[in-house]
Ligand binder design. Sequence first.
Ligand code: HEM
Length: 494
Amino acid sequence: ALVTRRKRPLPPGPKGLPLLGNIYDVPKSREWLAYQHWSREYDSDVIYLNLAGTPVVILNSADAAYELFERRSALYSDRPKMTMLNDLVGCDWHFVFMGYGNRWRERRRVFHQYFHPSAAMQHRPRALRGARFLLNCLLDAPDDFMGHLRHMAGSLIIGVAYGLEVQPKDDPYVATAERALHAMAMAGNAGSFLVDSIPMLKYVPSWFPGAEFKRKAMEWKKSTTAMVEVPYKAVKRAIADGMAPPSMILSLLGTLDGNDESTHLEKLYSGVAAAAYTGGSDTTVSALGSFFLAMLLYPDTQRKAQAELDRVIGNDRLPDFPDERSLPYITAIVQEVLRWRPVTPLAVPHRLTSEDEYHGYRLPAGAIVVGNGWAMLHDEKRFPDPEEFIPERFLTPDGQLNSEMKDAELPAFGFGRRICPGRYLASASLWISIASILSTLEIYKPLDDRGNPIQPSGEYTTGLVTYPLPFKCGFKPRSRTAEELIRTAEFHLD
Ligand code: HEM
C-alpha cells in the first residue's frame, strides 16, 4: 500500500508576508533580541524565518547548538554563499566565509598548526609585549584608547603571522589591513547587496545603470588584494635578505621545495595569514572596549580585581602568564566580558547541507543556521541577572574558578567545526592585557566642565562585530611605582 507521510512542520516563527516572508519582521539592528523574544513567545529554542525565499533557522539555546552544531556537525558546517564578498571583492581566500569542503579544510588545518593551544603558548611573549606597550600608549594619549587597542591587536597578528615589526604610529601594514577590513565590512553587509540573492547579477557590466555595486566592488578589491599581498611580499623580501624573524609564513615557506604545487601553496598561505588578521583584530578590540566600559560601570569589580593583583603580584613587578593560576578573578573578568557583551552576538552564520529533523520539526536543506550566542550567554537559568557584569558567576564561593562554569562563555567563539580557531591566542591576549592594565592603571570616568563624572551611554553598534559606541574613559597610574614599571618595561622579544 502506498503510505503518504505528511511532511513534518517547520519550526515556529512569525507568520510573515507572501513571497517576502519575514523580511519586515526582522529588525535592522540587534536582531538577536528579536530572535530571543520569538523563542520565548513561541516557546521553542528553534525559530524559523523565511527571508524572501531563503530559509533561516535560529538556534536560541546552548542545548540546540550542541545537538546540531556539535553532534551533527557534518551537516551544519557549511557557510551561506557570499557572492559580493567572495567573487566580486576577491575575498575567496578568506576561509571564514568559505563553503565547507576540501578548500576550507586545507586552510583551517594550516591555520590550526600555528594557533592550537600549545602553538598559541609560543605567541605569549608577543602578547605580553603588546600589553606592556599598550600601557605606555594609555599613559601617553589616554583619549585615543580605542586606537591603541586596534594597534595592539593588529601588531600582535602581524607579528605572529609575518614576523613584521609594526610602527608605533601610522603603520603601513596596519593601515592596509584596516582599509581592507572596512571594504569587507561594507561588502559583507548581508542583505544590502542584491547580488547576494541573485548571483547572475555579477555578470552585469559595471557601466550598466544600477551596477554601482560592481564599481564599488572594484575599489574594494584593490584594498583586499593589497592586504593579502603587501605583508606577504615584505616577508619574502626579508627571507631573501636572510633577515626574516620567526613567523607562520617563514615556517610555511620553509616547507616548500619549489615544485609545481608551490604557487598554489603560496596563495593558500598568504590567504590564511590575511584571514588571521581579519578574524583577530576587530574582535579583540571590541572585547577590550567592553572591558573598559565594564570597569567604568562597575567600580567595585575594578577594586576587587586590583586587590587580588596587589596580593598576588605586589607592586614591584608587572603580571606575567605564570601568574594566571593565582589570579582567578582576572580570568573570571575575561570570561564575563565575553559573556556580558558578546563580540559577535550571532557568531557567523552556518548553512545546513541536507534536510534534517529536530524535536519533530523539519529543517530544510540549504537553510542558513544562526546560533544566537547572545541569547545563550544571556540565559537567566545559566546566568542569573544576565545584564549585570558579575565575574563572580565563574567562581566558587571561595574564589576559585568554578569547574561547572568552565568554558560557559564558549558560545562567544561560535560553534562546532567552525568554532573560532584563534580563540587560544585571543584569550591569552585578553588575559594579559586586562591583568597588566588593572595592576598598574586606574580606569575612571573623566569629569565634565562642571566637575561631574561623564556617564558612558553603554550603547553598542550593531552588525557582525559589535563595539561600544564612543565613550570617554580616563586612565592614570595607580602609583608612582606603577608608572615607573610601565615606563621601564622591556619590549624586546627573547
Ligand atoms: C575575542 C576575540 C574573538 C572572538 C570573540 C572571535 C569569534 C569568532 C566567531 C564567533 C567565529 C565564527 C564561528 C562560527 O562560525 O561558528 C570566528 C571564526 C574565526 N576566527 Fe575568531 N574570534 C576572536 C579572535 C580571533 C583571533 C585572535 C583570530 C586569529 C588569530 C581569529 C580567527 C578566526 C578565524 C580564522 C575564523 C574562521 C573559522 C572558520 O570559518 O573555519 N579569531 N571567530
